[in-house]
Structure formats: structure tokens, C-alpha cells
Design a protein around this ligand. Sequence first.
Ligand code: AKG
Length: 277
Amino acid sequence: MDTTTATALSPDQLFAFQRDGFLVVGGLLARAEVDAINTAFMAQAEAGPVPGMFDGRPDAPTADPLARLPRMMHPHHQRHLAVGDIARRYMLDGRVEGILTDLLGEAPIAAQSMYYFKPPGARGQALHQDNFYLRVQPHSCIASWIALDDADRGNGGMVAVPGSHRTDIACPEQADRSLSFSDHLVRTPEGMREEPIDLAAGDALFFGGAVIHGSYPNTSADRFRRAFICHYLPESASEVSDWYRPLVNFDGAVAERDAATGGGPCGGGTTEEKGPH
Ligand SMILES: O=C(O)CCC(=O)C(=O)O
């Protein structure tokens, strides 16, 4: 695993990304930025549900922490909210743009933002491949996963399978719902193994759309594992799953691309295959 300070990427970093399918960039966000993002999203969660973004219920039974604090989807669409402004700003952040441009070899276009709270006791998200859902063609999508708390094995940090970016997009199996809030599981291919990716708050993990990755439950007593997650496509992509449109260029303008039409690896496409994930 290659960890380094955020600047223009070095040849070693690009090599590591091409070898593993993912790259950790240390210290992408400053502590004050992390704190400001978390403060805004925690306050928004307290304010209750927002249709299309957040269906957390503050009065939900505590047995499933995700009933109170599920992920927020596409907060950048909520331009009237403080979190909408923040999500859009960080989704289109120049530091992220520079890294993605180096990794893709061309300009990126933003498709999605998400905020995960993952409070103590929350389930994880079983191993999966993002381009199963985004259906970016040709090429693939790419994710930027920014840690907003220290994230490690103790609080359900990320895991990824090095080299899995060279595998095909698989048709998922049923995941164990006692460990995962999502239904889909992609097994680690023979001869490969998953690797924990320990991150400090402010570090970022970048990974391609075929990389098998996910997380396990947060088994800590009192440590949140918050993260701001965005997905992007290379500007040469011609289509993406409809659920992720409208797309946004880094200058803020809408980017037009076709809705994906081809069947997926499950033979025709399922509802979940078309998003969200
Ligand atoms: O943050 C997590 O636990 C999983 C996130 C993830 O896998 C994704 O956004 O694709």
C-alpha cells in the first residue's frame, strides 16, 4: 500500500495504482475541514429525514444503528442545505480533481456523492464492485473515499482486494445481512486476498470500478467511522446508469451522457444493478 502526501502524483504512486487498482493519498483534507464537514452532516442528521437523501429516523429502535443514521445519498443535489453546498464543494475539490486526472489520464466527471456515518455497532457493506452499479462504459468509474474519522479494523474500515481491478464485473451473490446493510457480495477470486486499508481522518482512498472492496461491521464501543465518498467517470465515457445522472463537470456545469442500456453480468440487469449502491 502506498501512502503519501497529497500533491501531484508521483510515478511510484501511479505505478502502485496500476498494480493494485487503488491508492491511498495521506492528508488530503486538513483536520479543520474534516471537523467542519462532520459538524454539518451530524447537524443535518439531527434535523431528520430529507426525501431522496436521508431516511434516518431519530426515534428508530436502537437495535440497528443504521436505522437512525443510514448513509446520505447524493447530498450535492440538495443545494438549499448546508450539507448540499459542502458536498458539492468537496465533490468538485481541486485536490481531488488533480489526483483523478492523474489516475484516469483524462478529466473526471462527478456522478455521485455520499456521506456514511457508520456509528458504533453499524453493519458494513459486503464486498462489491462499483461499476456493477454505475455501469460506466467504455472504461470504468473511479471512487474517492475520504476518511472523516480514523478508520481501521476496529471501527469497520475499508478493505480492498489488490489486483481485482483486472477481473471482470461479477454477478453478486446474496450477502449476509447480519454483517452487511447491502444485499450483494462478490467473493474474493482464487489466489487473491483482501487487505485492510487503515486510514487517518483526512486521508483518501482512490479505487477503480472493478476493484472488489467493502467493509465489515463497526465493532467498536464508541468510534464513528464517517466517510465522504464520491464516484466519477472519465470524460471519454459515453454512458452511465441513469440513477447517477445528472453528472457534473468540475467547473460545475451539467455533463450530458447517455443512460446505460446494455445488460449487466447477471443477464439482463436487476433493479439494484441500475443503482443505487
Ligand atoms: O464505506 C463503506 O463501508 C463502503 C463504501 C463503499 O464500498 C462504496 O462506496 O462503494
